[in-house]
Ligand binder design. Structure first.
Ligand code: S1T
Ligand code: MG
Length: 539
């Protein structure tokens, strides 16, 4: 088998379900093998950030590898910001780039698409990936691929693979999956014993679930552990959408001062706070009501566990949860009532629309037809998800890079076959919303709600009285029809309800509901978030 086929089989054996990409001359041979071998389906979109966001979201959706393939230089550098977001949010993304062939790299002339030197790209991608390889040695290629794909899965971070274009068809061994990295079971047991002892002694033990619970597919095990321990759970902003089943002991999403006081108090007053797979970031903890007391906190993330001031390394999250499950028996923890689901009940009248009206309309839709998976962009649409019933949510809640929403929704429908609800602001839509023009050729039909306030409104809440955040009205609904979908422009709550019902019942084409809102009409959560940030800056 040739190098390309060996790589494609390895990707599939490691859980990849498709490839998103945009070709270029440095990767044409690889694309030819993808198309002819049919080992994995290939989806092309219109711009490299789009295919990278789509691949990232597909990997998050499957808790497995997402794969993006691009040409050297102009292609690869074009997806850097999207790939950085995947790194920051611990997404198991495989970035494949075509590369210069051996002979041409020795010609002594500058190659098109080249940056400073021919290995500048590898150096730059080394900063936003956990492992890398350039497959320039057919004898070791199979082992290099195995090592890099193992790194991607074990660390749940992007990896970089460069294929010199003149080696694509070279003979290559089949890739044998690398053995898992060694761990010390005694260290895992010692760590679990120390954690368990702390939880047992505590008055108010509490668990917070972060994004790694989804990345390593640990939702069921975590829910069982929390129930067996009798300890309530909250998710981080990034972890929203986890543990949404009725039996899960979830009390809500922690957002410090921007969240619901009951959740904030339960987390910040806990005397044994167990953070499982949590990204310790400003967006997850930046607006904490009171600093989290680290001496009473256990942080298990990135294959490390910090118990107070003790550190355990090479402890995979799944091994830790398994060890805790072995020990778990009821710990006397105070019963914490589960929250009632965020309410629907939109009043369909002629009043103007505000973000929380959109949340109510979506809750009404979910009550009537069942929940949908949500892909959200940055902006107030993301904060509005806190008022939408918890459901599978894919959004850049930590890295906060715009442009994610539409391509991510496309990636979710491509990989799962399920129709997503996409929430996106007008500013973010101007960046990557046009990828919807690719839905027709693949038969995708996402339901898209554009929060159109003709503004970068989130920035205006941070910096009021500025006009540089003003945007023009691009009339997205009209453009939707040209791009192969249906568009609805609504300005009242009654129109919103009618349009959403119609859009939901229309399949086979993407449906875009453009919701016109006043500037300064923001969600309650964004209001609390920006008030908390301002208050924190004042102190
Ligand atoms: N560029 C990119 C790629 N990502 C970003 N996050 C930003 C710039 C900065 C930024 C925000 S929020 C925001 C910008 C420009 C405005 C978003 O506007 P829109 O999509 O219309 O949503 P809304 O009107 O609800 O704010 C974050 C804070 O960095
Ligand atoms: Mg806006």
């Amino acid at each position: 088998m040739n190098l390309a086929e060996s790589l494609l089989h390895a990707l599939k054996n490691h859980g990849a379900k498709e490839i998103f990409g945009i070709p270029g001359d440095f990767i044409l041979p690889f694309f030819k093998v993808i198309e002819e071998s049919k080992i994995l389906p290939l989806y092309t979109l219109s711009h490299e950030p789009g295919v990278c966001f789509a691949a990232d979201a597909a990997g998050r959706e499957n808790s497995s590898l997402g794969v993006v393939a691009v040409t050297y230089g102009a292609g690869a550098f074009n997806l850097l910001n999207a790939a950085t977001g995947a790194y920051a949010e611990k997404s198991p993304l495989v970035i494949i780039s075509g590369g210069p062939g051996y002979k041409e790299s020795k010609q002594g002339v500058l190659l098109h698409h080249q940056a400073k030197t021919l290995d500048s790209q590898l150096k730059i991608f080394s900063e936003i990936t956990c492992d890398q390889t350039v497959l320039n040695n057919p004898r070791t290629a199979a082992k290099d691929i195995a090592r890099v794909l193992r790194s991607c899965k074990e660390n749940s971070r992007p990896v970089y693979i460069e294929i010199p274009r003149d080696l694509t068809f070279n003979e290559c061994d089949e890739v044998i999956n690398a053995a898992p990295s060694p761990i010390n079971p005694d260290a895992v047991t010692a760590c679990a014993n120390e954690i368990f002892a702390r939880l047992e002694k505590a008055e108010n033990p509490f668990v917070m679930a972060g994004v790694e619970i989804r990345r390593y597919n640990l939702e069921t095990k975590l829910s069982l552990l929390a129930r067996k321990l009798g300890i309530p759970v909250a998710t981080t902003f990034m972890g929203r959408g986890l543990l949404v089943e009725d039996e899960d002991p979830l009390i809500g999403t922690y957002m410090g001062l921007a969240g619901y006081p009951r959740v904030t108090d339960a987390v910040e007053q806990s005397d044994a706070l167990l953070l499982l797979g949590v990204i310790f970031s400003d967006t997850n903890f930046g607006v904490s009501q009171s600093r989290i007391n680290m001496s009473r906190t256990i942080v298990a993330a990135d294959r490390n566990v910090q118990v107070g001031y003790h550190n355990y390394s090479e402890i995979p999250l799944e091994n830790l949860i398994d060890a805790l499950l072995k020990k778990a028996d009821k710990i006397a923890a105070p019963e914490v009532k589960k929250p009632c689901n965020p309410a629907g009940g939109l009043i369909a009248d002629d009043n103007k629309i505000e973000p929380h009206d959109i949340a109510k309309a979506v809750n009404d839709l979910f009550d009537k037809h069942g929940k949908m998976k949500i892909a959200s962009d940055v902006g107030d649409c993301l904060f509005t998800t806190l008022s939408i019933q918890p459901t599978s949510l894919t959004g850049p809640a930590y890295y906060a890079g715009m442009g994610f929403g539409v391509p991510a929704g496309i990636g979710i429908q491509a990989t799962s076959g399920k129709r997503p609800l996409i929430l996106v602001g007008d500013g973010a839509f101007q960046m990557t919303g046009w990828e919807l023009g690719n839905c027709r050729r693949y038969g995708w039909d996402p339901l898209v709600i554009v929060f159109n306030n003709c503004s970068w409104e989130m920035l205006r809440t941070f910096q009021p009285g500025t006009s540089f955040n003003d945007l023009d009205d691009w009339k997205f609904a009209e453009l939707a029809n040209i791009l192969g979908g249906n568009g609805y422009r609504v300005t009242t709550r009654a129109e919103l309800k009618t349009a959403l019902d119609k859009a939901y019942s229309t399949r086979g084409k993407f449906q875009l509901v453009e919701v016109m809102m006043d500037r300064e009409a923001i969600s309650p959560t964004l209001k609390r978030f920006t008030d908390a940030i301002k208050a924190a800056k004042m102190n």
